[in-house]
Design a protein around this ligand. Structure first.
Ligand code: ATP
Ligand code: MG
Length: 363
C-alpha cells in the first residue's frame, strides 16, 4: 500500500515555526501509529519569490494538484510590501485556491473550555461551542463582472457584482450537507433573500439539494444580518452554517472571535472530488505570517496543528486520530500550557512554540 501524500508549504514569517511542530507530530504518527505520510516540502509566498522570482513556481503548483492534501503555513511580510501586485506573496495562495478550485472554505469556531474566559463574550455563551462555517470561496461579489470604477456623468461609480450560478450554489451546499452528516445533521443557510436576487436563488437551490439528496439533514434558512446577531447572542444554536463568499468572510471572522485567539483557529478549503472520491484540499491556519513575532519562537502552533487534524479527518479518513489530536490540544490547555497570545500581561511566563509542541506530543 502506498502512503498518502502531503505537500507542506510552510511559507513566510511564523509559517515555518508553527509548521515545524506539525512536522514533529507527523513523524510521531509514522513511528507510533503505523500512519506514515509521504511528505514533500516546498516554497510559497515570499520564500518562493526570493528563490524563483514568483510566489508559486509551476512545479509547486503541479505538486499541489497531485498531492492528497496541501498544508500551508502563512505567506507575506513587510519585506514584500513594495513588490508588484502580480508577484505579491498572497498571489501564491490565491493561485493555489484558484487552480485547485477550492470552492468550499471550512472554518470551525470551537471554544476550548480552558480558554472560555478569553472569549470576547460571556463564558456561558461560548463554553463548549463547536460550530463550523462553510463559506463559498471562489465566486460571488469578489469575482462577479462587471467590476471596476467607472465614469458616470460627472462623477465616478464603483461597481461589484454579486453573481451566483445554480451549480456554484449546488456544490457548496452539498459540501455543507456532507459535513453535517459527520456532525449533528443540522445546517443553517444564510443569505439575504429578502433583498437580493442571488439570495433568492441561493435559498431555492440549497433547499432543492436538501430535498433531493439529503432528506436526513435538518435545514433552516436565516437572513445573514439576523445570523450575525444570533452568532454573538446564542452561537450554540448552530452546528453547520453555509453561506456565500462575502457573508462568509464576515460571519467567520465574527465567529472566530467567539473563541479567543487567532493562534487557535484552523481552516480547510475543499474542492471538487478527485477520482478516489476525496476532495482536493488545502489546510491552513486562519492567522497570517505575524511579522511582529516572527523568528522569536513565540508563535502559537495550535492553529496549524488543528489544521493538520482537519486534514486527518477530511482528507485521510482518520477521524479518530483527528479527535485524539484535538483532545491532546484540549488537555494541554486544561493543564495550563499557554503561549503568549493566550495570556494577559500579568499571567506569568508564556511557553515557546517548541514547548507547546512538546506538551502536545506528550499528551
Ligand atoms: P494577514 O494579512 O496575512 O491575514 P494579518 O495582518 O491579518 O495577516 P496576522 O499575521 O495574522 O495578521 O497577525 C495578527 C496579530 O495576531 C499579530 O499581532 C500577530 O502577532 C498575532 N498572531 C497571529 N498568529 C499568531 C500565532 N500563531 N501565535 C501568536 N500570535 C499570533
Ligand atoms: Mg488578516
Amino acid at each position: 500500500m502506498t502512503n498518502p501524500t502531503l505537500l507542506i508549504l510552510a511559507g513566510d514569517g511564523i509559517g515555518p515555526e508553527v509548521m515545524g511542530q506539525v512536522t514533529r507530530i507527523i513523524d510521531w504518527y509514522g513511528k507510533n501509529r503505523d500512519l506514515a505520510f509521504d511528505v514533500e516540502h516546498d516554497l510559497v509566498g515570499g520564500a518562493a519569490y526570493d528563490k524563483h522570482g514568483t510566489p508559486l513556481h509551476d512545479d509547486t503548483m503541479a505538486k499541489a494538484l497531485a498531492a492528497d492534501a496541501v498544508l500551508l503555513g502563512a505567506v507575506g511580510g513587510p519585506k514584500y510590501d513594495d513588490l508588484d501586485f502580480s508577484v505579491k506573496p498572497e498571489r501564491g495562495l490565491l493561485r493555489l485556491r484558484k487552480e485547485m478550485d477550492l470552492f468550499s472554505n471550512l472554518r470551525p469556531a470551537q471554544c476550548f473550555d480552558a480558554l472560555a474566559d478569553f472569549s470576547s463574550l460571556k463564558k456561558d455563551i461560548v463554553a463548549g461551542l463547536d460550530i463550523m462555517i462553510v463559506r463559498e470561496l471562489t465566486s460571488g461579489v469578489y469575482f462577479g463582472e462587471p467590476r471596476g470604477i467607472f465614469e458616470e456623468g460627472n462623477e465616478r461609480v464603483g461597481i461589484n457584482t454579486q453573481r451566483y450560478t445554480e451549480s456554484e450554489i449546488d456544490r457548496v451546499a452539498r459540501s455543507a450537507f456532507e459535513l453535517a452528516r459527520r456532525r449533528s445533521g443540522k445546517v443553517c443557510s444564510m443569505e439575504k433573500a429578502n433583498v437580493m436576487e442571488s439570495g433568492i436563488l441561493w435559498r431555492e437551490v440549497v433547499q432543492k439539494v436538501r430535498d433531493t439528496d439529503y432528506p436526513d439533514i435538518e435545514l433552516t434558512h436565516m437572513y445573514a444580518d439576523n445570523g450575525a446577531m444570533q452568532l454573538v447572542r446564542a452561537p450554540k444554536q448552530f452546528d453547520v452554517i453555509v453561506t456565500d463568499n462575502l457573508f462568509g468572510d464576515i460571519l467567520s471572522d465574527c465567529a472566530a472571535m467567539l473563541t479567543g485567539s487567532l493562534g487557535m483557529l484552523p481552516s480547510a478549503s475543499l474542492g471538487a472530488p478527485n477520482p478516489d472520491g476525496r476532495p482536493k484540499a488545502l489546510y491552513e491556519p486562519v492567522h497570517g505570517s505575524a511579522p511582529d513575532i516572527a523568528g522569536q519562537g513565540k508563535a502559537n502552533p495550535i492553529a496549524c496543528i488543528l489544521s493538520f487534524a482537519m486534514a486527518l479527518r477530511y482528507s485521510f479518513d482518520q477521524g479518530d486520530e483527528a479527535t485524539r489530536l484535538e483532545n491532546a490540544v484540549e488537555k494541554v490547555l486544561a493543564d495550563g500550557a499557554r503561549t503568549a497570545d493566550l495570556m494577559g500581561p500579568e499571567d506569568g511566563t508564556p511557553i515557546s512554540t517548541t514547548e507547546m509542541g512538546d506538551a502536545i506530543l506528550a499528551a
